[in-house]
Design a protein around this ligand. Structure first.
Ligand code: GTP
Ligand code: SPV
Ligand code: MN
Length: 650
């Protein structure tokens, strides 16, 4: 990893701690080492740990090695404490209930800290509240960092060495997470590659790692009543990123993206900055391979949908037509780099799935269900009296007479108001257990990507699929991605929100510069993926989904693959991009599908949509918006005005 000036500064600062406290460091200020050998750690890691031990004041240090014994020990401890218990219907599956105040990412408390504000956020127009990234000044961040003083008193500090991506791949990066939560340790063990080998690799390589600090913010004796044995500190939540120092400091929450720091904090926000500096892409995308059964040819697709909009489902879909075999490489994040021949190769930096439970069942996503039958953690789901999990969508797969306890621990009867499982309840399971995991999912070179697909929940106006005219047009389409709000963050209601590139909550730097970065990839010898937009969520006048979705989405992917192969006979030009020619998507056996409605482009909708997009990007990105995107928007507006007819749709 290339080293920034600020990384040198942070090393100097850590050195200072190390030197001043050299004697202390040797014994870590009387903080005993519960497990592991501190002196075995690379020196830079020793210094990083020493610094935070002195600030956070844990009762002991536990250096993780990623072994099975370690998991057994930690699970046992958590079971004893009552924070976790076994779901006895399965093999080594566990259920956890959080404090109901800690159930999703907290976007309002998630910041990027840079000296220059506009490195992080675009120049919004005067009076506009920016929604593309949140900046915090180093001084303000320093105030939040004061909360770490003594924050681990009476608690264990876990030192977690991990690799995002296969250890040793040129596309992978190393991190070290310090946390006082053993639940987070268990999740990190599934979601990242936690191993002693990371220390060897650091010693042999450039020694650079992303510094990831996490605390639940509940020192002992606790100040706040602990609910469900889940200590947290909702009032003081701080998810701070310091991209120049390649450092993350997370405080107060134990949930998902707030605490499993390898995931969104590192693999998207910090990695986004590294990718900008090093010329690659870190995106909120699934990667899947589809093999044509007749020709044997495999095509890899990467798709970016906002949170809770269908990535996990698509990544491991069960095709409803026999033409393809689908295999999953990743379900949430893609790291991609052009090789020397200009072919874009992608890896899944994660090692597990942190998937949305509600809606997942043997019909919609059997592969996800089969992946989480063992060695998995279920957070905020409901439980059946016979030791099974339950959530909305499992009604037909659950004994109708079994007693159910909801995610809050109360008795729950079918049909009663309110949900059994929290809408953002999640399974955490090892990707390697997925029945259709791709044999190359850990390939150090990654897999070649032929297309990017954007999408979101768009109840009206937006057709099932369309294709960008060009790379630039595709980047514009990505920049105007919108979706209904979901439960993955703290938003309420069903409003349509902008979520450019499905990255709004995960941007690591100025979105205008991010678009520049994408546009800059159009150069020799780069072979650019084709860009598409899909919408599985269009509804009819009765509010019913017009498209069956899930396994039937393969029919749309088939069209996309044929377009990637250069079939010109199946597309027609429309003002918004290429649409499938009527009949060019295989609808065999689907029953009644209203093609006209599914692909209609209502003029009033697209007219106001393009105006709204232009306004949005102008207000939110201002002078940072690349001219090429302004031009694409203007041309698209003109096409809509001139080429769409009022009777093209309702
Ligand atoms: P994150 O993990 O938050 O990034 O979410 P995700 O993008 O992986 O979404 P996921 O696949 O978990 O799906 C979220 C919800 O959308 C689930 O309740 C799914 O059942 C539902 N869903 C997924 N695909 C489809 C589809 O094709 N049609 C319909 N109607 N619903 C879908
Ligand atoms: C998302 O919200 O996009 C997720 C879940 O994948 S979390 O890890 O909490 O970000
Ligand atoms: Mn996600």
């Amino acid at each position: 990893m290339s080293k920034t000036r600020h990384q040198e500064e942070i090393e100097e600062e850590e050195n200072l701690f190390y030197e001043v406290h050299e004697v202390v460091v040797r014994k870590l200020g009387h903080v005993p080492i519960a497990k592991g050998d501190f002196h075995y750690l690379p020196k830079k890691v020793q210094r990083y740990v020493a610094k935070w031990v002195q600030i956070c004041k844990p009762r002991a240090i536990y250096i993780c090695d990623g072994s099975q014994d370690e998991a057994t020990e930690v699970i046992h401890k958590l079971e004893e404490r009552g924070m976790l218990h076994k779901l006895k219907k399965y093999q080594d599956n566990y259920i956890v209930r959080t404090d109901p105040a800690d159930v999703a990412r907290v976007e309002s408390k998630t910041w990027m800290c840079t000296e220059q504000k506009y490195d992080t956020v675009p120049h919004v127009q005067p009076g506009v509240v920016g929604i593309l990234g949140k900046w915090i000044s180093p001084d303000e961040a320093a105030e939040h960092l004061e909360n770490y003083d003594g924050c681990m008193a009476g608690r264990m500090l876990y030192v977690i060495p991990f690799s995002m991506g296969p250890i040793g791949s040129p596309l992978s990066k190393i991190g070290v997470e310090l946390t006082d939560s053993n639940y987070v340790l268990l999740c990190m063990r599934v979601m990242a590659r936690v191993s002693n080998d990371v220390w060897h690799f650091l010693r042999e390589g450039d020694g650079e790692f992303v510094r990831c600090l996490h605390s639940m913010g509940c020192p002992r004796p606790v100040q706040r009543k602990t609910i469900n044995h889940w200590p947290c500190n909702p009032e003081k939540v701080f998810i701070g990123h310091f991209p120049d120092k390649r450092e993350i400091c997370s405080f107060g929450s134990g949930y998902g993206g707030n605490s499993i720091l390898g995931k969104k904090c590192f693999a998207l926000r910090i990695a986004g900055c590294i990718a900008r500096d090093e010329g690659w892409l870190a995106e909120h995308m699934l990667i899947m391979g589809l093999t044509n059964e007749k020709t044997g040819k495999e095509t890899f697709l990467a798709a970016a949908f906002p949170s809770a909009c269908g990535k996990t489902n698509m990544a491991m879909l069960t095709p409803s037509i026999p033409d393809y075999t689908v295999r999953c490489v990743g379900d949430d994040i893609a790291w991609m780099r052009f090789d020397k021949d200009g072919v874009l190769h992608g890896i899944n930096p994660e090692a597990g799935f942190f998937g949305v439970c509600p809606g997942t069942n043997m019909k919609t996503n059997p592969n996800a269900m089969l992946t989480c039958m063992k060695n998995s953690i279920f957070t905020n789901v409901a439980e059946t009296a016979d030791g099974g999990f339950f959530w909305e969508g499992l009604e037909d797969e659950t004994d109708p007479h079994v007693t159910i306890t909801d995610w809050l621990g109360n008795n729950w009867r079918r049909g009663q108001p309110g949900k059994a499982a929290h809408p953002n309840s999640r399974f955490t399971c090892p990707a390697g257990q997925c029945p259709i995991i791709h044999p190359k999912w850990e390939d150090k070179k990654g897999v070649p990507i032929s297309a990017f697909i954007f999408g979101g929940r768009r109840p009206t106006g937006v057709p099932l699929v369309y294709e960008a005219f060009s790379w630039r047009h595709g980047v514009m389409i990505g920049a105007t991605v919108k979706s209904e709000a979901t439960a993955a963050a703290e938003f309420a209601g069903k409003s349509i929100m902008h979520d450019p590139m499905a990255m709004r909550p995960f941007l690591g730097y100025n979105f205008g510069k991010y678009l520049d970065h994408w546009l800059s990839l159009e150069k020799p010898p780069h072979k650019l993926p084709k860009i598409f937009h899909v919408n599985w969520f269009r509804v009819d006048e009765e509010g019913q989904f017009m498209w069956p979705g899930f396994g039937d989405n393969v029919r749309v992917l088939d069209w996309i693959i044929r377009r990637c192969e250069g079939d010109d006979s199946i597309a027609i030009k429309s003002p918004i991009g290429y649409l499938p020619k009527k009949g060019s998507i295989n609808m065999d056996g689907l029953g009644k599908i209203n093609w006209e409605e599914l692909f209609s482009l209502p003029k009033h909708y697209w007219t106001s949509d393009i105006e709204e997009n232009i306004r949005f990007l102008d207000l939110q990105v201002g002078e940072d918006l690349p001219q090429a995107i302004r031009d694409e928007l203007a041309v698209q507006k003109k096409r809509i005005e001139e080429e769409l007819f009022a009777d093209d749709g309702k």
